[in-house]
Ligand binder design. Structure first.
Ligand code: SF4
Length: 725
């Protein structure tokens, strides 16, 4: 196909710049790290990535006017009032199609503008880049890997300092020959401090007026090579560190400006990987004590560090989730994906300490990696339950473009079969100025819609699609009953009575007869239906489906979302009593549990009473107290860390569950922040970003009960410290 008119114009415009305005004209630059913001207000991060590009560019060219954008409508609005010379887009799985659509419009609106794409959502081999550039004529230059130096080279080209063939670190397509042209490959910047701080140069200041979460990078790169991860590419293997002075100066600056969020995120691939990170955690703690920020810090934690270091970091960071990803405990799987994990014993040591300190500890696992079987996946989960890992998050394996796993799939290795799924919250309708530009690709039926999708592994040579599917409800119930704590005490008792919680949950998903006989059959049926129907064989099928008016309306109304979160709140708001009845029925599946039915029922009733009725909260009604009387003192058993048989606590016990005013105020603030017409959306978004304990009522004890509990706690603590009687 010949060049489109705006492509000719783009080349002509560059020529004009070269001939006439070469050196010191102010260049207008827009840099985008976009997110869809159609459904709910997600908790997105500051656009630090493009902030670095802006800071580094300004170091090398004084005559730049650079603006950064996070939200699509903001950039669309700005493009209608200004004439940019260069627009850069950072591509990731959640915004790749959105970027393309905006770039298409940009090329109609400002044909002479140069468009640069970078980021991990791409294949980095020459053929992959050729394909991307050929499919997307709106993209002039493609930057694989670290973007700062290549982007400066694009500016040098625009200034006429170098020729198009000499833009090192950058690829482009000669559209007359379809050949990919590229400059020399560039090394990464070895001393990241060489890049000015986007915070300290105030390039990110405007984002303090939003509810975006500040994000800080203390190092770049990852020494591991997991084949499913873009950071696993050899180009990222060396870890380069920002100086301690730089990191602390950024933390101070953020703390002095932030007002809309208590959160901070470290972008490191392995926070805790060096001893220095303990100092950084200590700095955060001191900062919090001094100015009240950050109250909650998140990061990806290091996988292979001595437990005492990670425990110290968890203690210093306080109210944080110490999630150390394991992905699998199966040696063959780990070998196939080139991953080296922390030893299970060390992992458990960390988890235990964090739990003792009332933190949240846990791990992530992935289903569908090469070599995984149904049995090995179940064994991984079973072992995690045996070790009482308090948070077990399971994901479906995804293929990210440009990763080694992507290459494995193309080569037919492991017989990986994939399907496509819409990404939660990553879709939207936008006021594009030129409908004809939107439909250049012919893939959109709707003139305003943009959808993002992910490619998931649905079959391998060791795992069938139906086996993968059978795990979906299991993962959901783990999330619901165990991770989110809604029926955690019940499952702890199940475990104490000799049944692995996984087996109880499998029983719940398999007992069709019991399900059919209960009020929950519709809940399980709908969950299963959506687990199947959310996957499409091709992106085209997916797009066709979701662009139908009724589907788009459903998306807008929040009917699509991560199934686990969605169905947790469907279960709690529409099926709570039926679900609890069903759990009680499933006790019959295990004779060793059936003989302890009175204990199990007492704990189930206790758990049920502690769950906040969110319909009262949403309707703005008073949160009523809940009274329960039980034949066992479940609270005393819990306070003793479940370590003694519940039988020992057999005594009539009454509890009043209630909600403190300050907790209700926090929930009401979150309700406002995540408000959506669909309450399920509000609740699941809230639950993703708040301590889940906020969805529970607490005990109101009589004075005598309080005194008894205090005495009991003192004895337990003394016993643990070895000073008991
Ligand atoms: S998954 Fe984590 S450890 Fe593995 S390469 Fe990616 S960032 Fe590194």
């Amino acid at each position: 196909m010949g060049l489109r008119w705006w492509e000719w114009l783009a080349d002509w415009r560059v020529l004009e710049v070269l001939m006439t305005e070469k050196f010191d004209r102010i260049l207008n630059i827009i840099l985008c790290d976009l997110v869809h913001n159609w459904v709910g207000a997600g908790t997105y991060m500051f656009p630090l990535n493009v902030g670095y590009i802006a800071a580094y560019s300004k170091q090398h060219d004084q005559n730049l006017n650079i603006e950064l954008f996070k939200f699509p409508n903001d950039v669309l609005g700005r493009l209608s009032t200004m004439k940019p010379d260069v627009v850069g887009f950072s591509n990731y799985i959640w915004n790749a199609n959105l970027n393309i659509e905006i770039a298409r419009h940009l090329k109609v609106l400002h044909p002479e503008c140069i468009v640069v794409f970078g980021g991990p959502e791409a294949r980095y081999d020459e053929e992959g880049i050729r394909e991307f550039l050929a499919q997307n004529p709106c993209c002039d230059f493609f930057v694989p890997f670290q973007g700062e130096r290549p982007f400066v080279n694009v500016l040098k080209y625009l200034r006429g300092e170098i020729s198009k063939e000499d833009i090192d670190g950058v690829f482009h397509l000669d559209r007359s020959t379809s050949k990919v042209l590229k400059g020399k490959k560039l090394d990464r910047i070895p001393e990241p401090d060489e890049i000015d701080s986007p915070y300290l140069t105030r390039l990110l200041d405007k984002f303090f007026d939003t509810n975006l979460i500040p994000i800080v990078e203390t190092n770049r790169g990852c020494p591991f090579q997991c084949t499913f991860c873009a950071q696993g590419l050899t180009s990222y293997n060396r870890v380069n560190y920002f100086s301690m002075e730089r990191v602390t100066a950024e933390l101070e600056y953020i703390a002095s400006r932030v007002s809309k969020t208590p959160l901070l995120h470290f972008a490191d691939a392995n926070f805790g990987i060096v001893d220095r990170d303990i100092e950084i955690a200590r700095y955060c703690r001191e900062l919090k004590a001094r100015v009240g920020y950050p109250t909650k810090v998140s990061s990806n934690m290091a996988k292979n560090r001595p437990p005492e270091k990670m425990i110290e970091i968890a203690r210093l960071l306080g109210d944080t989730a110490m999630v150390i990803s394991l992905q699998s405990l199966d040696d063959l799987v780990l070998k196939n994906v080139k991953r080296s994990n922390i030893k299970l014993s060390k992992f458990v040591e960390i988890i235990d300490h964090v739990n003792e300190d009332n933190g949240i500890s846990g791990t992530e696992i992935i289903l569908g990696l090469p070599g995984e079987t149904l049995a090995s996946h179940m064994l991984t989960i079973r072992q995690l339950f045996e070790r009482k890992v308090s948070y077990i998050i399971a994901y479906n394996a995804l293929i990210l473009k440009g990763t080694e796993l992507d290459e494995d799939r193309r080569k037919g290795k492991f017989k990986l079969k994939t399907k496509f799924r819409l990404i939660d919250s990553s879709f939207g309708e936008y006021d594009f100025p030129f409908p004809e530009a939107h439909n250049v690709s012919g893939v959109y039926l709707n003139e305003r819609a943009v959808l993002e999708f992910e490619e998931g592994i649905r079959e391998t040579d060791t795992l069938s699609e139906s086996e993968i599917l059978s795990c979906r409800a299991i993962h959901w119930l783990i999330q619901f009953m165990w991770n989110y704590r809604f029926y955690y005490d019940f499952l702890r008792l199940v475990s104490n009575l000799g049944v692995n919680p996984l087996d109880f949950i499998i029983g719940m998903t398999k007992s069709r007869d019991l399900q059919e006989a209960s009020d929950t059959s519709e809940l399980f049926r709908n969950f299963e239906y959506e687990s199947i129907s959310e996957w499409f064989d091709t992106p085209e099928e997916l797009r066709r489906h979701y662009q139908q008016p009724e589907q788009l309306a459903g998306l807008k109304h929040g009917e699509f979302g991560k199934l686990n979160g969605k169905y947790i709140f469907v279960a709690l708001t529409e099926f709570k009593q039926g679900f609890e009845n069903y759990v009680a029925r499933c006790i019959t599946l295990f004779p060793e549990l059936e003989v302890h039915r009175p204990e199990l029922m007492a704990v189930l009733e206790y758990d049920a009473a502690a769950i906040l009725d969110t319909s009262d909260l949403i309707a703005g009604r008073e949160i009523a107290d809940v009274d329960v009387s039980l034949p066992y003192d479940v609270l005393a058993w819990k306070i003793g860390a479940y370590s003694e048989p519940l039988e020992k606590f057999k005594r009539e016990s009454s509890y009043v569950f209630h909600m403190e005013h300050q907790d209700k105020a926090v929930l009401e603030r979150l309700l406002r922040q995540y408000h959506h017409e669909n309450k399920n959306v509000t609740l699941r978004k809230m639950s993703e970003y708040m301590p889940i304990k906020k969805l529970f009522l607490t005990h109101r004890l009589s004075d005598q009960q309080s005194a008894d509990r205090d005495q009991q706690l003192i004895s337990i603590q003394a016993e643990r410290a070895g000073v008991g009687q």
